[in-house]
Design a protein around this ligand. Sequence first.
Ligand SMILES: Cc1cc2nc3c(=O)[nH]c(=O)nc-3n(C[C@H](O)[C@H](O)[C@H](O)COP(=O)(O)OP(=O)(O)OC[C@H]3O[C@@H](n4cnc5c(N)ncnc54)[C@H](O)[C@@H]3O)c2cc1C
Length: 220
Amino acid sequence: MDGRAVIIGAGIGGLTAARVLSRRYAQVTVLDRDSLAGGGAPRRGVPQGGHGHILLLSGLRELAELFPGLADELVTRGASRFDVGTGLCNYRFGRRRISTPVGRDLTSMSRPLLEAVLRDRVAAEPAVTIRDGVAVTALTGTADAVTGVVLDTGETLAADVVVDCSGRGSRSDRWLAGLGLPAPRQLEVKVGVGYSTRCPVTRRASRRTPAVCPTRSWRT
Ligand SMILES: Cc1cc2nc3c(=O)[nH]c(=O)nc-3n(C[C@H](O)[C@H](O)[C@H](O)COP(=O)(O)OP(=O)(O)OC[C@H]3O[C@@H](n4cnc5c(N)ncnc54)[C@H](O)[C@@H]3O)c2cc1C
């Protein structure tokens, strides 16, 4: 193994990319502009982090290919596993749908928990360094190739490959244009879905601390 890889963003895309690239590159550096020391708290770069998360079956299966034993570790660290037919309350057109076991389990957890488990696994890879509190502000390179990234500290990191996993706010189209490289074609899928989530609060806790777990809403 040789060479250096730099990954922009330590979200789900960045952490899974780091896992894959650590098999090929001697040094893999994952950069995130957020502080990742917040324990179980949602962070600014992942505004959806306050919503409860569910991993669908195929998503969990793919992640477990990269991180063996992931499903059990998530449950050990606090995730819930439930039958999709009985563990979800489904309302459609105002009517509650009948609960029937379907024999398929889903795994639900907070987004900070999912990230923490993946991040701990990735950080344990000898090739990987995770740096938080640093934002990428530009790419370095020529009109032929990208050769690294510029950080908001003014530092430059050289890389043989740069992977942009900075999510929906990615600026790599502008960064590439700054190097005279064509921007990648963008595909936008309008979903048009809005929803709210709420953590379960026991009756006792809700009487005492009703605002402990506010409802969160999202509209795409
Ligand atoms: C409301 C909502 C609910 C969702 N619920 C689920 C769910 O239940 N289950 C599920 O599987 N998926 C869910 N998703 C989808 C899931 O959140 C996304 O698919 C996933 O977060 C995408 O991961 P990502 O790594 O591409 O980007 P992100 O998670 O957005 O991560 C991007 C990272 O890049 C960092 N970053 C950005 N710019 C820079 C920069 N310049 N320099 C350094 N770092 C930077 C950010 O701080 C962040 O950490 C939900 C999405 C939304 C919006």
